[in-house]
Design a protein around this ligand. Sequence first.
Ligand SMILES: *[C@@H]1O[C@H](CO)[C@@H](O)[C@H](O)[C@H]1NC(C)=O
Ligand SMILES: *[C@@H]1O[C@H](CO)[C@@H](O)[C@H](O)[C@H]1NC(C)=O
Ligand SMILES: *[C@@H]1O[C@H](CO)[C@@H](O)[C@H](O)[C@H]1NC(C)=O
Ligand SMILES: *[C@@H]1O[C@H](CO)[C@@H](O)[C@H](O)[C@H]1NC(C)=O
Length: 950
Amino acid sequence: MTKNTPSSSQIHLNILTFLLFTLPFHGNTQNNNPNQEQTILLSLKQHWSNPPSLSHWTPSSDHCTWPEITCTDGSITRLEIINGSITETIPPSICDLNNLTYIDLQWNYIPGFFPTVLYNCSKLEYLDLSTNYFIGAIPDDINRLSSRLRYLNLGVNNFTGDIPPAIGSLPSLTSLQLVTNLFNGSFPPEIGNLSNLEELVLSYNAFAPQSIPSSFGNLTKLRNFWMTEANLIGEIPDAIGNMSALEYLDLSVNQLSGSIPDGLFLLNNLTFLFLYKNSLSGFIPRRVEALKLQVLDLSNNTLTGTIPEDFGNLTSLTGLALFFNQLSGEVPVSLGTLPQLVDIVLYTNNLSGQLPPDFGRNSPLKTFQISANQFVGELPKHLCANKVLRGVIAFENKLTGEIPDSLGDCNSLEIVRVDDNRFSGKIPDGLWTSVNLIRLMLSGNLFAGQLPDKIGPQLALLELMHNKFSGPIPAGISSWERLTVFRASNNSLSGVIPQELTALPLLSTLSLDGNQLSGHLPSDIISWRSLTTLDLSRNQLSGEIPAAFGLLPDLLYLDLSRNAFSGQIPPEIGLLRLSSLNLSSNRLSGRIPVEQAFVSFHCCGLKFSCSGFSSGRPIYNIFEEKLQKAKARKDSTWKLTSFQRLNFTERNILSSLIDDNQIGKGGSGRVYRVPINHRSGEYVAVKQIWDDVNENSKLLVYEYMENRSLDRWLHGKKRPHSISGSVHHVVLDWPKRLHIAIGAAHGLCYMHHHCSPPIVHRDVKSSNILLDSEFNAKIADFGLARMLVKHGEPNTMSVVAGSFGYMAPEYAQTRRVNEKIDVYSFGVVLLELITGREAHNGDETSSVVEWTWRHVQEGKPIDDALDEDIKEPLYLEEINTVLKLGLICTSTLPSNRPAMNDVLQILLRCSQRPTSEEKTNRNEYDVAPLLHNSKSDRSSESDDSVFSSV
Ligand SMILES: *[C@@H]1O[C@H](CO)[C@@H](O)[C@H](O)[C@H]1NC(C)=O
Ligand SMILES: *[C@@H]1O[C@H](CO)[C@@H](O)[C@H](O)[C@H]1NC(C)=O
Ligand SMILES: *[C@@H]1O[C@H](CO)[C@@H](O)[C@H](O)[C@H]1NC(C)=O
Ligand SMILES: *[C@@H]1O[C@H](CO)[C@@H](O)[C@H](O)[C@H]1NC(C)=O
């Protein structure tokens, strides 16, 4: 889930800032009546309701001295009011300043349609209206602007519709910028007529799908062509090879297909080329004469063939990103000799052979990412020759030999991932202690030797699983202070678990299973208070389990099985709120009383019960089953956890998992609608989690919910009017949404507060909230993540189960789990219900959480954030309250998020709508105390503004 390409996105950003050039301007020299011009300016000021930014515009001063004004020979030629809080239209009188050549009004709030009054500014050469509130289409007669116009920037407005062909009739244009508008029609081939154009920026517009017109090839002076995220389809025209002046080309994140035109790589001045995230296929052009190329990003396409030998001639190249393609063959040896190379990112291809030995020797290499390929041989020895290397990501290859000694003398390193290769030998001493190293992942190799006494002061994650490390756990381990995850399963570590190992206050995961550790457990483990996962299984540990183990507040996963522990199980263990406990294959005795649950320890794992279930109404009645279709039939077990009497058998279900019954298919498996009683027409929904590899599959059985899942109602191009097939139009209005929120909150509240031990769902999202015919909400996929954890393979724990956009930040980063991660996800659902926006749009920066926080922090009206279907003044107050609740639930710090039962109470209070009389008495629901407790951790200085503006 984490994006492992920071370097390439950094590249894009840097280049953008670098390239935001403005064109030079030379004013003309003429005269005008000064007093008359001042009068015009003062009337402008008045028209704009005297904005404070223009308070110095007074008759008593010479207007040519005002910073916004430039005079040439006493006459006004330039007007620049940037960020001046102008909120009114541009009046016709502006063109009475008849020597004006330059108007820059960017970053204001100018409303309305394109100001055709500017057609009368006959000498206009430069017009910047970017970042305003303009709407509507660009007029069809836009070419009535001065024929001298060289610079036109209408970016970051709300212009819609088509870009008219007339734009191609502004003959002097050198720069045309229309970035980030709401254009939803076409852009004209006539842009190709702008023969003086040097800069064309059309990015971030949802144009109707359209290909690049070949007429653009006529733009032979174009230096900067930026059209990312603009719905481009079809092939890149060969004519692009005629754009001989091209320096910067960014067509990334479109749906371009076909192969890369040969001509593109022959453009001598091409310096930056971004074509990532398209559907480009075929070979990369062999002949490369674009020798000025500095950054080349072709990642995330379906390119095949080999990396061209000619890349070795790109002596200016600093960044090369080819990841996520289907490239094969060897990496040309000459790439290792490139003198400027900083970032090379080749992961997830089919590349093979040996790596060029000279990588890093000749250039200031910072990133080296070659994971998930078929490379053999050794890691290049000189990666850190220039002492700036920050990351080596080489996992999942077939690399052999030792880790080069030079990596032990590389203080710039932050991450080293060489897991799942065939490396052997010892880890260089200096690598263990590298001062900036944060993550060191060595698992799945043949490394040997002892654990070091000291590690680097920043090291937070150390994974050594499945190697041949041996010897004792060193006493010096108490100095491994920053460590949060330490996994050393399946090695040959021996000796006792030293008391010193308990002195790591940040440790959240400790896996030492499958070693030869012996002796007693340390009894003083008080500083392990951050521990969530402890796996010491498959060792030779003995003695009693210290009672202190029952006092670890965050522990969720405890596996002490297959050791030689003896004596009574300390009753304190029963106080833990574990999601998995395994004490089997020891010599323990006794049973653990757990409030109203019980834990059985001699068999396997954990059972739980939920208090009050039989007396209260079944708040949610999802039930689950797990089917293990093990190879050996004898092992085949059904493990049944059900909250309802089941009126069907497994045979009912298994015989119905056929294509005809399939109703959905997702990343994790298929969903079937299975009849369980033909006469009464009852159905269940069955989700099959596939796992073809080891022939294990799990079946989750749910109540079949008429209205499917919430996400289908909130998102998608066409929202269903009624999914169940009836004809009437159903809108998800606010009362329905609140009802759904309450239903879902009930379910989570129940899991968190009424079950012992509590159950953390871990995958709360709108697609897991199912709706019946009355829009009663039920939480689905219950327990899926818990089950995954229960299997306890290191791999499943190393995978963060959960969904992008819904995942609490601390969970994604540390995999630490408690109820607050569900609260976060639930907060995301609340924000979805209110804004109608999807939880994520593919990356973190466009998540509904970030978007809403930003919206509120910028003090924008709440109305603007609401989904169209709920913009009803009647409910605004309620929606406001729930919005605040959603924000608090998505606080970055878990401790700032309310508990689920508080969340439910607030929602319930919202649903008990006060009469209008009551309303006048209290215009705020009772969220205030909550809000005050939770100092926003997002940006401390804007905390107050967040809530005062809500
Ligand atoms: C511009 O469009 C955005 C996105 O659709 C919308 O939120 C905003 O209110 C619009 N602003 C104006 C002034 O129309
Ligand atoms: C411009 O491009 C079009 C289409 O590629 C072509 O037919 C036309 O001749 C070109 N015009 C000039 C002036 O090059
Ligand atoms: C390429 O760049 C050089 C240097 O900026 C410039 O002189 C030359 O005219 C450019 N070539 C083209 C075809 O524009
Ligand atoms: C590749 O592009 C797809 C579609 O835009 C995106 O979902 C995916 O995350 C990208 N993968 C990588 C590794 O960038």
